[in-house]
Design a protein around this ligand. Structure first.
Ligand code: FE2
Length: 269
């Protein structure tokens, strides 16, 4: 399957003509990474901002959003008990103010020993469901991230991925091209893909907002068929502006054409 995907993306290396690209973002259906529960992390600070940001994602065509607050013991010691009531408040406010949109509560788990502890009770984790449009496989997914300044402890990573998978969860790595230590050595991304970890990229990375190396790494991972989701990672309006920029992106055009994106299958069970 992934050889076919690679062949599709090799075309992106061909010189693009000046033709106008007009991607319809509504075909993505879902955005799967955002910080829109008000006041719980470094994302939206209040309800008014959250509703305004959700309105903008809705205007771009998204009809399902998985909202993924940080869970990181030192900085954002969130738990399902803290997040769930705030998420319900958000849902109620969105239902009052906006046209129908489906909201799901996930989380962005930081990879550390705390996460290993949390995995001892997998049913208590904030996960989200989806069906792979390529093969109809049902998945229960969990989003996780690494530190930016330091590579992960690879033994711990292997243990956590194993624990996730043996608990019936599909690991989903947040913004795989934003980690500086993967820019020169992309072999770890390949290894993660081979182990069954779903790699995702942020819209802002594809737009070059995190620099040329991050964008090149994202393209490398996409061309090799390792990336299955494009996410907004919305913290504030500029992340949504990057999603809007993808309307004219040849890379996203190829990803949509390939039929490999998981976005449209998220929220299905
Ligand atoms: Fe995030």
């Amino acid at each position: 399957m992934f050889t076919a995907i690679r062949n599709i993306f090799r075309f992106t290396k061909k010189k693009e003509s000046n033709r106008q690209i007009n991607n319809d973002l509504s075909v993505l259906i879902s955005d799967v990474h955002s910080h829109l529960v008000p006041g719980v992390d470094d994302g939206s600070p209040d309800m008014e901002t959250s509703v305004a940001l959700i309105r903008r994602l809705q205007d771009l065509g998204f009809t399902k959003l998985v909202i993924t607050p940080h869970i990181m013991v030192d900085l954002y010691p969130n738990t399902p008990e803290i997040l769930q009531p705030k998420f319900e408040e958000l849902k109620a406010e969105v239902a009052k103010q906006l046209p129908p949109i489906e909201l799901f509560l996930g989380a962005e788990y930081f990879l550390d020993t705390e996460l290993l502890d949390l995995l001892s009770k997998p049913s208590e984790l904030l996960t989200f469901q989806g069906i792979d449009p390529m093969n109809g496989e049902k998945m229960e997914m969990i989003l996780f991230e690494f530190a930016f300044h330091l590579p992960p402890n690879y033994d711990l990573l292997a243990e956590i991925v194993f624990k996730m998978q043996t608990s019936g969860l599909t690991p989903v790595l947040a913004h795989c091209a934003r980690y500086p230590y993967f820019h020169k050595d992309r072999s770890e991304l390949k290894k993660l893909h081979k182990k069954g970890v779903i790699l995702t990229v942020n819209a802002a990375t594809l737009c070059g907002k995190y620099g040329a190396l991050a964008k090149e790494t994202a393209l490398h991972a996409i061309e090799n068929g390792w990336v299955r989701m494009v996410c907004s990672d919305t913290h504030s309006p500029h992340h949504i502006a990057s999603v809007k920029e993808l309307e004219s992106s040849p890379i996203l055009e190829k990803m949509i054409e390939s039929g490999t994106l998981l976005n449209p299958g998220i929220g299905l069970s």
